[in-house]
Design a protein around this ligand. Structure first.
Ligand SMILES: Nc1ncnc2c1ncn2[C@@H]1O[C@H](COP(=O)(O)OP(=O)(O)OP(=O)(O)O)[C@@H](O)[C@H]1O
Ligand code: NI
Length: 260
């Protein structure tokens, strides 16, 4: 039997209504992520990858509007959810990590305070229990000495550690889907590899589906199961990672692979 998708996007169209013109950032995009899969969304800058992710997350702000299509998170129709319900789902069933971990963390709270706050926002636990959970989470993403780490502020730790904290935060509520938008672009190459290995391990161990946005074909080759290639808001090619590398059909894909 086919495993059913944890994320299913069909014919999604998102436009920005700017003064004087309408920009179709996402143009009839369809894609699927199954549990335990890493699905890469690749394409040049401005092709619509982040807007696709933001549309799924319900985070497109005016003048952007999700105008058409379906977005299903398991059995939940996200396009019919209220903003309040979407916010709840973002903290529970779908996690997200972005490119710039330093700025994503709150500079005036310790790592521990942020972890505990996030945990208590979504789970009815005492402070002590939340602290214990935070410690377990940090250990789970490969951070040693979580006790010291929890007393520190974002500016006191490295970019790589920040991103691991972000991953820990995103995974606190054991989501079934993780959206990672260029999660390692801001980090140096060696640190990148560690973070990517962590994501790979987590998806296997926890059967999480990951939508990985990147323009790094090395990362795609290393991690992805399925690949969607995006250009000017549209999916121009889709296939499993071996087929995409062995036999790219679209000239744009060939160009992208060759230019890496
Ligand atoms: N706030 C906005 N207002 C108007 N247009 C926007 C806005 N945000 C995005 N767009 C449009 O959507 C297009 C797609 O942007 P998006 O951020 O999804 O690209 P991307 O593929 O993620 O690029 P990158 O690799 O640089 O992150 C842009 O080219 C731009 O025209
Ligand atoms: Ni982007």
């Amino acid at each position: 039997m086919e495993t059913s998708a944890i994320l299913r996007v069909a014919q999604l169209t998102t436009r920005f209504h700017t003064p004087g013109k309408v920009i179709t950032a996402v143009d009839s995009v369809s894609l699927e992520v199954k549990p335990g899969q890493i699905v890469a969304l690749v394409g040049e800058s401005g092709s619509g990858k982040s807007v696709t992710a933001m549309s799924v997350l319900g985070l497109v702000d005016p003048p952007g509007v999700v105008e058409q299509g379906e977005i299903w998170l398991g059995g939940v129709n996200l396009r019919e959810c209220t903003p309040r319900r979407l916010r709840a789902l973002r903290g529970s069933q779908m996690g997200v990590i972005f490119q710039d971990p330093m700025n994503a963390l709150n500079p005036v709270l310790t790592i521990g305070a942020q972890m505990i706050e996030t945990i208590r926002l979504h789970q009815r636990v005492s402070r002590a229990e939340a602290k214990e959970l935070a410690r377990a989470q940090l250990t789970r993403v490969g951070l040693r000495d979580p006790d010291t780490l929890m007393t520190q502020y974002a500016f006191q730790i490295s970019g790589g550690m920040c991103q691991r904290v972000m991953i820990a935060l995103a995974l606190v509520s054991r989501p079934r889907l993780l959206i990672a938008d260029e999660p390692t672009t801001a980090l140096d190459v060696r640190v990148q590899a560690g973070i990517l290995k962590e994501l790979d391990r987590i998806r296997v161990e926890e059967d999480i589906g990951i939508l990985l946005i990147t323009h790094d074909w090395g990362v795609v080759a290393e991690l992805a199961d399925e690949v969607y290639v995006m250009k000017s808001g549209q999916i121009v090619e889709y296939g499993n990672v071996f087929d995409i590398f062995e036999n790219p059909r679209h000239p744009y894909t060939r160009e992208l692979i060759n230019s890496r």
